[in-house]
Design a protein around this ligand. Structure first.
Ligand SMILES: *[C@@H]1O[C@H](CO)[C@@H](O)[C@H](O)[C@H]1NC(C)=O
Ligand SMILES: *[C@@H]1O[C@H](CO)[C@@H](O)[C@H](O)[C@H]1NC(C)=O
Length: 263
């Protein structure tokens, strides 16, 4: 049942310099297929495949955006902000939108004996166990990010999976808001996280995501991160902290990111 429930996708590696303080531009990778029938997770990878060249797409116009929507699911971009008003504690902080799957954790239906969490999820009347592995340093990363930023969980996965996983992962309550699949814009077969709908100044907003398709409307707000599945030696989250330290002090994230990319 794994492959019928999990979306298969091919990904290119995203290059992020592991050296502290440096961010390189990622190669824009687009999942080849984000077929979503009953998929619990968005864009869950299964294999590394050949790397089809993908020209970067310009941000779509509002018109194109609406046209790409399926009937009945259109939410006009300017209608309502996805985020509530900034709370007093977070005044002056930059907002960081953080992805869940393959950025902070990796989940699968395949039983593993070293799972950090096992989360029951009901799919069409049957309860399935989802086995969740935490990325190395995720606890330290979230704790520190919560001190520096207004943190928002934004996942294209379904809430019935992602919400209980986040309850277990984020015991310190770092995420002020959680946004799930229904908050994404379905565009050219993929779920895009449209940062302009958050209700925050874009020059004070960042997105941390392993999938460039997620931020295809706002590539200049992105901190790319390599997809994580089970590598116990991975230190991406730890290595990103100095970058975020810098960005947390930025008046304008575009200017600061440009400077960091040039270093
Ligand atoms: C979308 O809805 C409109 C109005 O309800 C209808 O006229 C149109 O045919 C629908 N389009 C599709 C692709 O279903
Ligand atoms: C950021 O964007 C807001 C709204 O567009 C604008 O008013 C503000 O001046 C910008 N700030 C900086 C530092 O660029």
């Amino acid at each position: 049942m794994e492959s019928s429930v999990i979306t298969q996708v091919q990904k290119e590696d995203v290059q992020v310099s592991p050296k502290a303080g440096q961010v390189s531009r990622s190669a824009l990778k687009q999942p080849r297929s984000c077929n979503i029938f009953k998929a619990l997770f968005c864009c869950l990878k299964v294999q590394d495949g050949p790397k089809p060249p993908q020209p970067p797409l310009p941000p779509p116009s509002q018109h194109a955006l609406l046209e790409s929507q399926e009937n009945g699911t259109v939410v006009k971009p300017s209608e309502v902000s996805l985020l509530p008003e900034l709370n007093a504690e977070d005044q002056g902080k930059v907002c960081v939108v953080i992805d869940l799957d393959e950025t902070l954790v990796h989940s699968s239906f395949k039983p593993i004996n070293n799972a950090d969490f096992i989360v029951p999820v009901e799919i069409e009347g049957t309860t399935h166990q989802v086995y969740v592995l935490k990325r190395p340093y995720v606890d330290e990363f979230l704790r520190r990010m919560g001190e520096m930023f207004e943190c928002v969980l934004f996942t294209a996965s379904l809430a019935k999976y992602a919400d209980p996983v986040t309850d277990l992962l984020d015991q310190g309550g770092v995420f002020r808001t959680r946004l799930f699949r229904e908050s994404c814009v379905f565009h050219q077969g993929c779920y895009v996280k449209d940062l302009s709908r958050l209700g925050r100044d874009l020059n004070r907003t960042l997105i941390l995501d392993n999938s460039p398709a997620s931020y295809i409307f706002h590539p200049n707000n992105a901190i790319p991160v390599v997809s994580w599945f089970d590598d116990a030696d991975d230190a991406e989250l730890l290595n990103l902290l100095p970058v975020f330290e810098e960005l947390s002090k930025a008046e304008n994230v575009y200017t600061r990111l440009d400077q960091l990319r040039e270093q």
